[in-house]
Ligand binder design. Sequence first.
Ligand code: PAF
Length: 313
Amino acid sequence: MPAAAHEPEVIRDKAAMRAWSRRRRAEGKVVALVPTMGFLHDGHLSLVSAAVAAAAGPVAVVVSIYVNPSQFAPTEDLATYPSDFAGDLRKLAATGAVAAVFCPPDLYVRGGRPDASESGGAISCLEQGDGYGHETWIRVERLEKGLCGSSRPVFFRGVATVVAKLFNIVEPDIAVFGKKDYQQWRVICRMVHDLDFAIEIIGSEIVREADGLAMSSRNVHLSCEEREKALSISRSLVNARTAALNGNSHGQQIKDQIVQTLEEAGGQVDYVEIVEQESLTPVERIDRPAVICVAAWFGKVRLIDNIEIQPPS
Ligand code: PAF
């Protein structure tokens, strides 16, 4: 990736974004999209590098920054989700690799008719246009369930819908997603397959702090003590993978060990699951490519992490 700073063009308007992408493609460039919710860290910047690497030629990288309300339930942390737009722009400029930043003000408008079953009835009435807000959703029906979908029932329909909108507006050739959000990555791959989006989806490896903590915008909310305790997540995942590669393929034993480690560290476990890498179907034995996925609370912060395992054949 070039090291020289390069100010990305900031685009807010949907039509302007689409026209920009079409111009870049007419110039012979591959348009690569990196969707984010801002408060960027090195994990996001690695997605930019992955976009450049995947394009293998002239590329126009677009980073979208949009904190998507539709993927947060009313009880979740939308209001406190961290943001630093000026800092984000500085970091993206420093990569020298980002041509445009797309930050639309209004990709999703909550409607005037609360859907009590899915929102807890707490939707605020930000009525616009016809007063009914957003009515159309994309659901990846099987993959959105289980793992994070169990405790976050509106999350993946919000992600899939807004990502589909970004795809329709930016019209990228390539889009890059981090594998830290493993289920999200698989949901997007499936949506692209099922709906025939002509977009190549790249899954980019997890980026970790030196001590192993998976990078996340939410880490900023951890106290020093909570952050130290949260290291139990990556440590227990690495130990589990070592055990699996050394012949312990017994899924329940491995899960129990991780739960015990997290609870001893003071974490509150949301889930520990071992699933097939593509279908996300639970496996009882790690005798095929699998991924161990974890979500746990440390203080008021819910963290997710995972580790892929390719057992020896
Ligand atoms: O991973 C994220 O930051 C978000 O879920 C995404 C993909 C930008 C959709 O809002």
